[in-house]
Design a protein around this ligand. Structure first.
Ligand code: ADP
Ligand code: AMP
Length: 214
């Protein structure tokens, strides 16, 4: 099963992708997490990506597409995967479609988690992230057991640099301009499903399971 998650930054893609990955036993691949771990490790890729991420801009397609295609070529992806945060531009979606076509396959589901901009701002303001294992929390809606500490790995939680209010509005602008057109793209490919992302996390997940099947 090959799935892509669509939706604005902060819509809940990562939260749901984690649950889907656990239930359907497929890897959760987040391009944002790959960039953040490279930034933390101080790699060349991380240095290149950081300048764009901190400004709320997309990392250029030349960097991102190759990185993602390499990742999905790995052995753990043979049964499928869930892509969270990729594709984010039409050229990314076209490259993915072309690479899959060469293998005689295609994306099975594009899940669009729909949340209006006003709710996004509140979600991003309360988001706390673990840069070690990628787990995500919210100070109100998904608080960790111990304040400021990751339940999964015990690392200290941080506010992502790009979750600051001034960067969030830029990211939303970039989303509407460059990523939202993917909703039409996947609709034309006949695999688009839109879910009301303003519901609580369990209800969003139940709707997704209804789409993906047992
Ligand atoms: P994305 O991966 O789309 O950027 P996240 O999954 O990181 O979004 O979610 C953004 C923030 O909103 C996180 O703090 C998360 O805990 C919280 N969140 C996710 N889904 C919901 C929901 N259905 N209701 C309330 N808060 C949510
Ligand atoms: P995310 O964790 O998905 O919110 O991603 C954080 C940031 O990483 C984004 O705001 C972008 O700057 C960058 N990024 C992640 N995925 C992509 C992508 N597919 N294309 C370009 N930039 C990306």
């Amino acid at each position: 099963m090959k799935i892509v998650m669509l939706g604005a930054p902060g819509a809940g893609k990562g939260t749901q992708a984690d649950r889907i990955a656990a239930k359907y036993d497929i890897p959760h691949i987040s391009t944002g997490d790959i960039f953040r771990s490279n930034i933390k490790a101080g790699t060349e890729l991380g240095k290149k990506a950081k300048a764009f991420i901190d400004q709320g801009l997309l990392v250029p397609d030349e960097v991102t597409i190759g990185m993602l295609l390499d990742r999905i070529a790995q052995d753990d992806c043979s049964k499928g995967y869930i892509l969270d945060g990729f594709p984010r531009t039409i050229p990314q979606a076209e490259s993915l479609t072309a690479a899959l076509k060469e293998q005689g396959t295609a994306i099975d589901f594009a899940l669009n988690v729909d949340v209006p901009d006003a709710a996004i701002v509140e979600r991003m303001a309360g988001r706390r992230a673990c840069l070690k294992c990628g787990a995500t929390y919210h100070i109100v809606y998904a608080a960790p057991k111990k304040e400021g500490i990751c339940d999964v790995c015990g690392e200290e939680l941080v506010i992502r640099d790009d979750d600051k209010p001034e960067t969030v509005s830029k990211r939303l602008e970039v989303y509407h301009d460059q990523t939202q057109p993917l909703i039409d793209f996947y609709s034309r490919h006949g695999v688009l499903h839109t879910i009301d992302g303003t519901q609580n996390m369990d209800k969003v997940f139940a709707d997704i399971c209804g789409i993906l099947g047992e």
